[in-house]
Every structure is written in C-alpha cells, then in structure tokens.
Design a protein around this ligand. Structure first.
Ligand SMILES: [Zn+2]
Length: 165
C-alpha cells in the first residue's frame, strides 16, 4: 500500500454503484457518480460519456458491466459483490486506499471541503451543534456545512471494519 501517494487515485462509478461512490467520497477520494447530474452536462451519464471521462481524467472505472470495462484504454474494476462493504473492500485493496483523507470531500457533490471559522456558521447549523462542535468545514460548491457529529462517528466506526490504514 503506497505510503505517500502523490496523486491519489480518482474514480468514476456507474449507475449501479451509488453507495460505493458515496463511501469513496467519505474516504476523501475524487469520485464521479454516473447518475449524478452534477457529473456531466446536467443529466445522467451514458456509457460513452462514462468511458470518455474515465480516460480523459485518468479515473478508475468502477462498474458492474463487463462490456463497458472492455473498452480500449480503460482502467477499471469489475464490481460483482452486492454488498457495499465487500465492494469497498475490493477497491481499497486494488487501489491501495488509505483513510488519510477521511471526511475531506463533500458527499453530495464531490468537491473538496474548506475549513470555516466557527463564528461564520452561527445561525447556519442547529444551536446544539454550534454549542458542542468546535470545527466546521464547508463545501465551496453547494454550501453544505459539515461537522464531526454523530453521523461522522457512526461512519468512522463502520470504516474500522475495513482493513485500511
Ligand atoms: Zn457539496
């Protein structure tokens, strides 16, 4: 497993793999999801566009479609497991993923989050969250604000069940 990945792997996941795409974003890896309108020109991506994006942007193609994976010049993984944990374990092993970038990326639109001062989120997050959390991050694309609340802890616990460093 590469200790100092200079360029972390990037991904594009086909329409069937939305939950896997979300987990890769939780891990902080740049992941396009074919069914996201944000990924393309305002509509879900078809196979030709998926293949072109994978090639042009040097993304690992994650797909359940053996045919799609056969296209020339593509690097990808055939994802056969139904269970998202098994799917993620496959990608983690194949691509040497680590947890160093955990929770650095927006789960909805894939953008890198920015640190934001606590004072700047007053009134934008629930009062209880504001009282009990010290650190906040904001997505520059969609404006969502993230903090290490119960959801974060639940996902951290779940990630421990995967063998990643
Ligand atoms: Zn966002």
């Amino acid at each position: 497993m590469p200790e100092n990945e200079e360029v972390p792997p990037k991904f594009i996941a086909d329409h069937m793999l939305g939950r896997l795409a979300r987990w890769l974003r939780i891990l902080g890896y740049d992941t396009l999801f074919a069914a996201d309108s944000a990924a393309g020109a305002g509509q879900a991506l078809d196979d030709a566009v998926i293949a072109r994006l994978a090639q042009a942007e040097d993304r690992w193609l994650l797909t359940r479609d053996r045919q799609l994976l056969r296209r020339r010049g593509l690097r990808g993984l055939l994802i056969e497991a139904e269970n998202v944990e098994a799917q993620l374990a496959q990608v983690v092993r194949a691509c040497g993923l680590t947890s160093q970038r955990l929770f650095t990326r927006c789960l909805v639109c894939n953008a890198l989050l920015e640190e934001i001062a606590k004072s700047a989120v007053a009134g934008l997050v629930p009062p209880y969250v504001y009282r009990t959390q010290a650190q906040f991050r904001r997505c520059p694309a969609c404006g969502r604000i993230y903090w290490r609340g119960t959801h974060w802890r639940a996902m951290s616990e779940k990630l421990k069940s995967f063998t990643i460093s």
